[in-house]
Design a protein around this ligand. Structure first.
Ligand SMILES: CCCC(=O)SCCNC(=O)CCNC(=O)[C@H](O)C(C)(C)COP(=O)(O)OP(=O)(O)OC[C@H]1O[C@@H](n2cnc3c(N)ncnc32)[C@H](O)[C@@H]1OP(=O)(O)O
Length: 303
């Protein structure tokens, strides 16, 4: 998709010619966006990987932030890889959900501080932020139910990454901490804007200005954590627990789950009239579809 000059991004569906036009205030969320210069700069910081496993049978993908030697901090190359993985998921027609996790029992300790030191000038810092904002906005807009599986620590940009998912599950020893204040920073990957939407502006201000260590109880109380898993970080079954939590929400054909996520995204992001129009358009893609016709034939009773 070409980079749009105007603040517009089209999401064209193959079936029913449904298009979801998302107007961004002076900001384009692009599939190929950042100027080459920031891509080249990010490319200069290797290390780690963003691994993607798409499980066709369950429709659940697992996206792993994999840089354990650095507590899963994001190198520049990992930022580029994250964009590629999100792009892959945008066209996964059998997909229903994605679990975002870290490797080796830790979630993510934010931006690689070595890269931060090297990209210290404001212009490049802002370009890195714009690149990550675009990618994380696209992650949150995926037509998949997204879950951040927080084991160990989610710090700085890692805390911001958790807010780019629909839900957050945390192990009993997990911590989400917006440490930006201690770095003389504010969130730059879109975490502040999303956090206000999740916990409200007062709680967001407390978490940011207090650099509060959000443990499971605090997270549940604030609405930042949706479920606490009865296992600790690094135990083999944390992913299984996350998949079990997801199961009731993805018990339908992929096109129906994807349509449900789309109407929630438009309800969350668009003005009412546009959201209603999008809802009608998405409705048109499933009305009379295979799942609808099968249900009608079964004369279901929702007891
Ligand atoms: C817009 C985004 C802005 C940002 O995200 S700025 C970055 C915010 N993140 C941070 O400040 C986290 C810094 N790291 C820490 O606080 C601690 O490493 C942490 C995560 C609490 C773990 O502490 P410990 O358990 O004591 O382990 P440790 O410190 O020895 O870390 C093990 C190895 O991982 C490295 N590491 C951890 N976080 C990193 C990061 N963000 N960038 C680069 N390297 C990082 C750390 O340097 C250490 O490596 P080494 O063994 O010294 O070679």
């Amino acid at each position: 998709m070409s980079v749009c000059g105007a603040a517009r991004c089209w999401w064209i569906q193959t079936r029913g010619a449904v298009s979801l036009r998302v107007l961004q205030q002076n900001r384009t969320v692009c599939t190929t966006g950042a100027p080459e210069s920031i891509r080249e700069k990010l490319q200069a910081f290797p290390g780690g990987s963003i691994d993607l496993q798409k499980r066709q049978e369950s429709g659940i993908a697992v996206l792993t932030v994999n840089n354990p030697a650095r507590m899963n901090a994001f190198s520049g190359c990992m930022m580029l890889e994250l964009e590629q993985r999100v792009h892959e998921l945008e066209s996964w027609t059998e997909g229903k959900a994605v679990i975002v996790k870290g490797a080796a029992g830790n979630f993510c300790s934010g931006s690689d501080l070595n890269a931060v030191r090297a990209i210290a000038n404001p212009q490049d810092g802002m370009r890195m932020c714009e690149f990550m904002q675009n990618t994380l906005t696209r992650l949150l807009r995926l037509p998949l139910i997204s879950v951040a599986l927080v084991e160990g620590r989610a710090l700085g940009g890692g805390a911001e990454l958790t807010t780019a998912c629909d839900f957050r599950l945390m192990t009993s020893d997990g911590v989400i901490q917006f440490v930006h204040k201690h770095m003389g920073l504010v969130p730059g990957w879109g975490g502040a804007a999303r956090l206000v939407g999740i916990v409200g502006s007062q709680n967001a201000l407390k978490l940011l200005s207090g650099a509060v260590k959000v443990d499971p109880d605090c997270g549940r109380q604030m609405g930042l954590v949706d479920e606490v898993l009865l296992c600790s970080s690094g135990e083999g079954e944390t992913l299984t627990h996350a998949e079990q939590w997801l199961r009731p929400f993805i018990k339908a054909p992929a096109p129906v789950i994807q349509a449900l996520k789309k109407v929630v995204v438009s309800g969350r992001e668009l003005p009412l009239e546009q959201a209603l129009k999008t809802e009608r358009n998405v409705f048109g893609t499933v009305w009379g579809g295979p799942a609808n016709l099968k249900a009608l034939a079964l004369k279901p009773k929702h007891k």
